[in-house]
Design a binder for this molecule. Structure first.
Ligand code: BGC
Length: 787
């Protein structure tokens, strides 16, 4: 797998094979820091890298230090390092005593720096070997400042933006004492019924791999222990996104070819980018639970990929090995996970890994096995600098959280993520003149809660900007904004997170009120020049345990949309959700549709800027948008089979093409692709080639376009997809300007896992190549590979 050189240039650690050299260069520039500041007075996160001038020497030193500790540790202390517990409230005496005995290595969900410092003091001052705790948290898309949800960031097709956003999130996390994020989620999702589609990069392994690496670089910086950065976790290893029926946690059955060619590449990319940890998944994969799956966690992850970090289980997943009907009891569950390759157990309360010392004493585990499991955890703590600087500066934390710098990054990411799906008669951008009176309608239009999306716990709701508020700030002076909610929406079964953390307490409208509000919204539309409707799903309708069986706009939103459109006023639909919703009617009847995802803290301003043309949409869909839930799964990269000319009419009742294809997204300008140049008609196996294309902006505004390159292999050991993304690059082009975009295709792009040979193959054959603005790109070329 490789990425476009222009992308790689701005992101030196992207390419795994270059990582060593580049990392050494970057580390060298930090070498002088330790001379200026002696390590003891450096803030947390700064000391360690100052000493790490040479990764090879550093690796040896880190290992020596970890091994010296291992030699002194009892089996109970070793098992302690392998144990992680949730802490939602204040620690109790039992937990503190466990920490003081050195029998707990990590906590998650603690976000208050004073509690972190307190618990760290217990670990460092009271435990026999003074080993600090490592604090983990789900920093999925921000901590206090919330960034667009991960699927939105993927829609930016801009690794640099993604890296910057996760770096800003890491900064806030590290400031409060969180050392480790349970992100990125790199699960491929081809079924939008699955709620966790919001946390990933969508349906495509190539885009997913680029996004995975960008997130790892953002969280971790140039190396583990870089200042203001944290350890990343690629999760959920592996195949979790292919849950049967899109039902969260349900079983997954995937062929080796699907796993190798589609579901594993983003994990491999994260490993190549140096990710520090991997989280094992909940579900069973082909009959073997992922958390007890030695083939995945050992043979592939460590054996084939040389992963040197540590594996953490998903929450309670070790105990779940009994639930799966896999392990006989808790001790067996611990043994099955441990021997499969799970280093740390994330436990809710009843930890299975408490059984490890007894298993060791009974001779079922060797001391080498135990040490091998503990070593990478100690090494991570050493690299993070936690031994030198275990505590955080609480006053600094307060300054860092929610600072303007992070808010600006969030705004930028939100503007770059939105996807313009439709814009008839150039309704957008809105012109100030003629649009003096704007109706702002919908259950998500003035919601400060929903605009941030799921997986937010530490943000302050009042700090986020709703669409209505954003429009108030951005609309030209004299614009009148009239708001009406219209309808309420809710889940049939309550959200797991609302149950734990408390949900929205807004009272549900009685029937009379429902009618009144609906009518009021239509009335508000009637007296407007233009209507902005903000519809979609509430933040707790996407995410974990948030699958759904339909893709309709929930509640009475479709009815409201139709009633408002019936007034004859021009309607702009702003969609807020993380999955493709049913838009068949809207895509014919609503002139402008902007998919804003869940854009985060600054979302309202970003949307207003996009609506008024202060920012130009350039996001592209990271999945195919089905017409109907019955088409799921649908993706552009299917194989070519019998009667390919009838691909669009496989159903007798409905087109079998997507409503919007993968890679699709409009702009406020027009782009033309031309002058496709391919450096070679024929290459030898193992060689690469260059592709160039010109992108011209023939409109009147400066805007970004994402040039996309797709390949199709015409024949070979296996049949291959009709098209596969193999390169992309987001470029800014001024009006009248033409830019040349370069792609490089290498051996990795032409290699795949063949079910015929059960191995990686590169065939000598002919390839079609297309370059353009989405997966329907028509500018065509070809080349051949000879032996
Ligand atoms: C989720 C993980 C998450 C963990 C800790 C689990 O339920 O599947 O993605 O990191 O909880 O919050």
């Amino acid at each position: 797998m490789k990425f476009h050189p222009a992308v790689a240039k701005s992101s030196p650690t992207l390419l795994g094979r270059n990582q060593g050299v580049l990392q050494r260069k970057l580390l060298a520039s930090f070498a002088t820091i330790s001379m200026i500041f002696p390590p003891t007075i450096l803030p947390r996160g700064v000391a360690q890298e100052a000493q790490n001038t040479k990764p090879s020497m550093q690796d040896a030193k880190v290992r020596q230090r970890a091994d010296a500790l291992l030699q002194q540790m009892t089996p109970e202390e070793k098992a302690g390092q392998l144990s992680q517990l949730f802490l939602f409230t204040k620690p109790d005496a039992a937990m503190e005593s466990r920490i003081a005995k050195g029998q707990l290595g990590s906590l998650l969900f603690v976000t208050d720096p004073s509690v972190i410092n307190h618990l760290q003091h217990v670990a460092v001052d009271q435990s026999r070997l003074h080993i600090p705790l490592i604090f983990g948290f789900d920093v999925i898309h921000g901590l206090r400042t919330i960034f667009p949800v991960p699927i939105a960031m993927a829609a930016s097709w801009d690794p640099d933006t993604i890296e910057r956003a996760q770096a800003a999130a890491a900064k806030e996390a590290r400031a409060v004492g969180i050392d480790w994020s349970f992100a990125p989620m790199v699960d491929i999702a081809r079924d939008p019924r699955w709620g966790r589609i919001v946390e990933g990069a969508g349906a495509d392994p190539y885009l997913g791999s680029a996004v995975a690496a960008a997130q790892v670089r953002g969280f971790q910086g140039a190396y583990i222990g870089a200042p203001d950065h944290i350890v990343a976790t690629a999760k959920h290893f592996a195949g979790y996104g292919a849950a049967e029926g899109g039902r969260d946690y349900d079983s997954v059955d995937l062929s080796d070819a699907q796993l190798r060619n589609v579901y594993l590449p983003p994990f491999k990319s994260a490993v190549d980018a140096g990710v520090g940890s991997i989280m094992s998944a909940y579900m069973d994969l082909n009959g073997v639970p992922a958390t007890g799956n030695r083939w995945l966690l050992h043979d592939v992850l460590r054996g084939e990929w040389n992963f040197g970090g540590f594996v953490v289980s998903d929450a309670n997943a070790v105990n779940d090995l009994q639930t799966h009907g896999f392990a006989a009891d808790k001790a067996d569950a611990a043994m099955r996970a441990f021997t499969a390759g799970v280093n740390m157990e994330m436990a809710v309360t009843k930890d299975a890994y408490d059984n490890l010392p007894a298993e060791y004493k009974a001779g079922k585990i060797t001391s080498e096995q135990l040490d091998a499991a503990v070593r990478p955890i100690l090494e991570t703590k050493i690299r993070l600098g936690l031994f030198e600087n275990p505590y955080v500066d609480e006053a600094r934390a307060a300054q860092v959280l929610g600072a303007t710098e992070q808010k600006q990054e969030s705004l930028r990411a939100a503007e770059r993520s939105a996807v313009l799906l439709r814009n008839e008669h150039a309704l957008l951008p809105l012109q100030g003149s003629g649009n003096k009176n704007i109706a702002v309608i919908g259950p998500l239009a003035d919601s400060k809660r929903d605009i941030t999306g799921p997986w937010v716990f530490v943000n302050k709701e009042q700090e986020s900007v709703s669409v209505l508020e954003g429009l108030k700030q951005v609309a030209p002076q004299g614009t009148q904004l009239n708001y009406s909610q219209g309808v309420q929406i809710s889940r049939k079964f309550p959200s797991m997170f609302d149950a734990i953390f408390g949900g929205d307490k807004t009272p549900v409208w009685a029937e009379a009120e429902q009618k009144q509000e609906f009518d009021k919204a239509v009335q508000t539309a009637r007296s407007a020049d233009v209507v902005v409707m903000v519809l979609g799903e509430r933040q707790n309708m996407d995410g974990e345990a948030a699958s759904r069986s339909s893709l309709e706009l929930p509640g009475r939103q479709q009815e409201l949309l139709e009633a408002v459109a019936a007034t004859g006023k021009p309607v702009v639909l702003v969609l807020m959700s993380a999955r493709p919703l049913e838009l068949r009617w809207a895509s014919k009847n609503i002139p402008a549709i902007l998919d804003a995802w869940y854009p985060g803290t600054e979302g309202g301003i970003a949307i207003a800027n996009l609506l008024y043309g202060k920012a130009v949409p350039a996001g592209k869909l990271p999945y195919d948008w089905p017409r109907d839930v019955g088409q799921v799964p649908i993706f552009y990269s299917h194989d070519v089979t019998h009667q390919p000319d009838k691909q669009g009419t496989r159903y007798w009742n409905e087109e079998s093409t997507p409503l919007f294809p993968f890679g699709y997204g409009l702009s406020y300008t027009n782009f033309q692709f031309s002058n496709l140049r391919i450096s070679h008609d024929q290459i030898r196996r193992g060689e690469g080639l260059d592709v160039m294309v010109d992108v011209r902006n023939s409109g009147t505004v400066t805007a970004d376009e994402v040039a996309q390159l797709y390949l199709h292999q015409q024949s070979g050991t296996s049949s291959r997809p009709v098209r596969e993304l193999k390169g992309f690059h987001r470029v800014t082009v001024a009006p009248g300007e033409t830019k040349t975009v370069h792609f490089n295709i290498d051996k990795a792009d032409l290699t795949y896992w063949s079910a015929a040979t059960r191995s990686w193959v590169q065939d000598d054959t002919h390839f079609d190549l297309w370059v353009g603005e989405d997966s329907n790109a028509s500018l065509h070329g070809s080349f051949a590979v000879a032996p």
